[in-house]
Design a protein around this ligand. Structure first.
Ligand SMILES: [Zn+2]
Length: 318
């Protein structure tokens, strides 16, 4: 096992922002820290900006997003080992410097954008390259996977989609409800990602994708990041890497060999898959993928599929 990996989703910025765990270099403070990224042979990490809706304060405000980006810049991007990827060209720099760990920003849930496209364009300028349309509840644009009424996109939601398409921000459908997913598929042509979701046919949970959704994402050259959240893998006490391999098996059977990637959700989860408990453990998963499918497919899932997507769909430096 000697592959680099790309992890398309983590919530370490949330932990740093809300739980005040701000020392990214301290080995054991969080699932994802610099020592653990190195231990796990992580070549690129997507950092989600996830903001909490406080019960008495209401939905997150844009100032909180700025605070999270500032924290990312001051505590993570600033480290000499890290390299902030915003443009297609940045991937070449990474390829030429194997010791650098790439980092990319995504937004998880659009609540804080308040329907204002100025905020969307500002985030683009600040390097945000993926936007998860919802978290689990409803927001001004659309309903999330945990909203009982399962509403589709609002008028402002469609404005957001158009603006993201225009700018070149890729939309993330993890957390979206199924009705909204199909509306999006009918209304746009660009590829989407599901950065951290598994297969509903193996574990029926609203956060997982049906076979038809998986096929639709593959058909338009999107990507699916299998996620290490035990609840989305299997309904049992002790979830193992073997259980997660079942989801990888299934997506490969649906034609996803070139569209699979990884989306750990580290630092967004308290329960863990056995032997897959922090970023230093990625190689445990990769070793088992290699054992089952061989080196070529392991490399695709670990790195190549995600990297090819970034090479194709990240915007070019203007
Ligand atoms: Zn999430």
């Amino acid at each position: 096992m000697n592959s680099k990996i790309i992890d398309f989703h983590c919530d370490v910025l949330y932990k740093m922002l809300y739980e005040n765990k701000v020392d990214f270099e301290k080995a054991e403070l969080m699932d994802i820290t610099l020592p653990r990224l190195k231990q796990g042979q992580v070549g690129m990490q997507v950092f989600a900006l996830y903001l909490e809706a406080a019960p008495l304060i209401g939905p997150p405000r844009f100032a909180q997003v700025l605070r999270a980006i500032d924290l990312f810049r001051e505590q993570i991007a600033v480290l000499p080992e890290m390299y902030w990827v915003k443009w297609k060209e940045d991937l070449e720099t990474l390829e030429q410097n194997h010791s650098l760990i790439g980092s990319i920003l995504s937004l998880e849930g659009v609540d804080a954008l308040e329907g204002d496209m100025v905020y969307v364009r500002t985030l683009y300028e600040l390097g945000v390259r993926f936007i998860g349309l919802s978290w689990n509840h409803a927001n001004w644009a659309v309903d999330g996977a945990g909203e009982p009424r399962s509403g589709g996109f609002t008028r402002e939601g469609w404005q957001l989609i158009e603006e993201c398409d225009r700018l070149g921000i890729v939309l993330d459908v993890s957390h979206l409800n199924e009705r909204a997913f199909w509306e999006l598929m009918d209304g746009t042509t660009r590829p989407v990602i599901a950065s951290h979701s598994n297969c509903a046919s193996l574990q029926p949970h609203p956060r997982n994708l049906t076979d038809d959704q998986i096929r639709a994402i593959i058909a338009r050259d999107g990507r699916i990041g299998v996620t290490y959240v035990p609840l989305f893998v299997a309904e049992k006490e002790l979830v193992t890497i073997e259980d997660l391999l079942g989801h990888i098996d299934h997506i490969i059977q649906l034609g996803g060999e070139n569209h699979l990637m990884l989306g750990s959700d580290f630092d967004g989860i308290d329960d863990k898959i056995q032997n897959l408990e922090h970023a230093g453990h990625h190689p445990n998963l990769l070793a088992m993928i290699e054992q089952r499918y061989g080196n070529a497919i392991m490399n695709k899932i670990a790195y190549e599929n995600a990297n090819r997507f970034l090479k194709t769909y990240l915007p070019q430096r203007a």
